[in-house]
Design a protein around this ligand. Structure first.
Ligand code: NAG
Ligand code: NAG
Length: 212
């Protein structure tokens, strides 16, 4: 009898738990993420990465770009850790393969640069916050800085991918390539989401300067 009660209360508890987690899944946010990701080069990846924020409110395109950049930075950080370990391994175990070690070392530097550039981009985007809806040269300056930082981070991650051409490679190298490619793709998406946000400012600025 007591066991039955426990089972019933457990069932109720579980159903409440499930319901609250479903309720938190904000369908409006999901729709917003999907439509914003539509303009990116890798929409499915974009949706997959941003879905983890779907339980909270996203306050417009600037906030979305900020979240996308934070995903990009965390992937770059993870990849840097992985690359540093592989470089260490190659140096100690695989002494005969100096060329591979140097290629991986180059990649470490490139992804390290991406980490730095994405960090700068996030700082710069936060500086944009203080301007609200004001459009002036300072705003356009911060916008262009974010674009420069993110595009450079993208270029660096892409050159890491390109430093491993062909299909014949060890599992370790293949993993590096997959990870670097992922950094490049999420960064490309973040750039597209940022440009979506920035385009309003640019259009508005063009509109105000055209007038005599
Ligand atoms: C994505 O964009 C295309 C064309 O730009 C449009 O036809 C489609 O409905 C959009 N999909 C979503 C989910 O917004
Ligand atoms: C990463 O770059 C920073 C400077 O931006 C440098 O101080 C650090 O040594 C670099 N780390 C690696 C692992 O190359």
């Amino acid at each position: 009898m007591a066991q039955k009660h426990i089972l019933i209360s457990l069932a109720i508890f579980l159903s409440l738990l499930l319901e609250s987690s479903l309720a938190k899944h904000n369908s409006q946010t999901i729709t917003y993420i999907k439509s914003s990701c539509n303009g990116t080069l890798y929409p499915n990846l974009c949706i997959r990465c941003l879905n983890k924020f779907s339980h909270s409110t996203i306050n417009g395109p600037q906030h979305l770009a900020q979240l996308a950049l934070s995903v990009s930075l965390s992937r770059a950080l993870q990849t840097r850790v992985y690359l540093l370990n592989v470089a260490k391994e190659l140096k100690t175990i695989d002494r005969n393969n100096k060329r591979m070690f140097l290629t991986v070392q180059d990649c470490v530097n490139q992804i390290n640069d991406s980490v730095d550039q994405l960090t700068q981009a996030i700082k710069e985007l936060k500086r944009l916050n203080q301007f609200n809806t004001i459009i002036n040269d300072k705003v356009l300056w911060h916008i262009s800085n974010v674009e420069t930082w993110v595009s450079t981070a993208l270029t660096d991650a892409s050159s890491c991918v390109q430093s491993f051409p062909g299909h014949r490679m060890s599992k370790r190298v293949a993993t590096i390539k997959v990870k670097a490619k992922n950094v490049a793709e999420v960064t490309s998406n973040a750039l597209a989401l940022f440009q979506r946000y920035a385009s309003r400012y640019k259009l508005a600025a063009a509109g105000t300067t055209k007038k005599p």
